[in-house]
Write a protein that binds this ligand. Structure first.
Ligand code: ATR
Length: 264
């Protein structure tokens, strides 16, 4: 039986095992997908097991999307440009790091039928998933991207890699067409201390978080008359791309798939 894992810390919130195990069943693949909470100094062991074929594939989540890179033999161009890896395959004894968050986010936006081209985007946070979002937004030809992060130098570091960024102090607010919460605020019912009430409505409030399905950030956006969307489709599409890389099969995305993620 083949073995797959998502590694991260914290890992409890991850619905990857549920989704991949559902797709294994549906496609009659003899495999199991589990979650592994690890510490930075466990990475060496994890990757030696992977190289010995004891593991067949790994998804990577917070906070290891960058720190796994030294253990890999090769990166896809997207993983290399974002320095962010969320899916790892073993091919001809080489560990190859991919980034399917980019395709996941792109597909999630396409799904919304929201014309993001030429729009002004305000991103909250500068953690692991943000380079992928910026990469995807640039490909979709947005007009402007502004990043605000509690630890400002992390936003400044992004600016040195993606030249078209503006950086705003944490706590300050700017006008935008789309705001993206890419912080971890909301995973534990926290609110974000920004006042959106004077900016008008008909904007898109997007939260990368998918569990819980509606964070306080999205509740607030909705209350003010904006369109809102959680990270569920981004999550499903990044998993879809990972599944394709590992098994060469396009798994189904339908009502049943989405229900699996809601019954928690
Ligand atoms: P990492 O930064 O280790 O990659 P992440 O979960 O990808 O982890 O990112 C967490 C994001 O949420 C970061 O932008 C983090 O801000 P810092 O860079 O300042 O840590 C942000 N974040 C987490 N807790 C926060 C809080 N209480 N207030 C504001 N931002 C917070």
């Amino acid at each position: 039986m083949k073995k797959y894992f998502v590694i991260g810390n914290p890992i409890d919130h991850s619905l990857s095992p549920k989704l991949h195990n559902h797709w294994f069943k549906e496609n009659k693949i003899d495999a199991i997908y589990d979650k592994k909470k690890i510490k930075e100094n466990d990475l060496k062991n994890v990757f030696s097991e992977f190289k010995e074929n004891k593991i067949n594939g790994i998804n990577v989540t917070v906070p290891f999307k960058k720190s796994v890179i030294p253990y890999l033999d090769e990166l896809s161009p997207e993983a290399d440009q974002t320095q962010s890896v969320n899916t790892i395959i073993l091919s001809n004894n080489n560990l190859i790091g991919h980034n399917t968050d980019i395709a996941g986010f792109t597909q999630a936006i396409k799904n919304l039928n929201f014309d993001i081209k030429g729009k002004k985007i305000f991103i909250l946070g500068a953690g692991g998933v943000v380079p992928s979002i910026i990469f995807a937004l640039n490909k979709m030809n947005v007009a402007k991207i502004i990043v605000s992060n509690r630890t400002k130098n992390k936003a400044e570091e992004l600016k040195s890699r993606f030249l078209n960024l503006d950086v705003l102090d944490w706590g300050d607010i700017t006008d935008f067409d789309v705001i993206i919460n890419a912080t971890s605020l909301g995973l534990k019912e926290e609110s974000i201390n920004l006042d959106f009430s004077k900016l008008g409505n008909n904007k898109l409030f997007y939260d990368v978080i998918y569990n819980p399905l509606e964070t306080n950030f999205l509740k607030e956006g909705k209350k003010l008359g904006n369109r809102t969307e959680n990270g569920k489709f981004m999550f499903v599409y990044q998993a879809f791309e990972a599944f394709k890389l590992w098994h060469g099969i396009e798994p189904s995305i339908n009502k049943e798939t989405l229900e699996i993620l809601s019954n928690d």
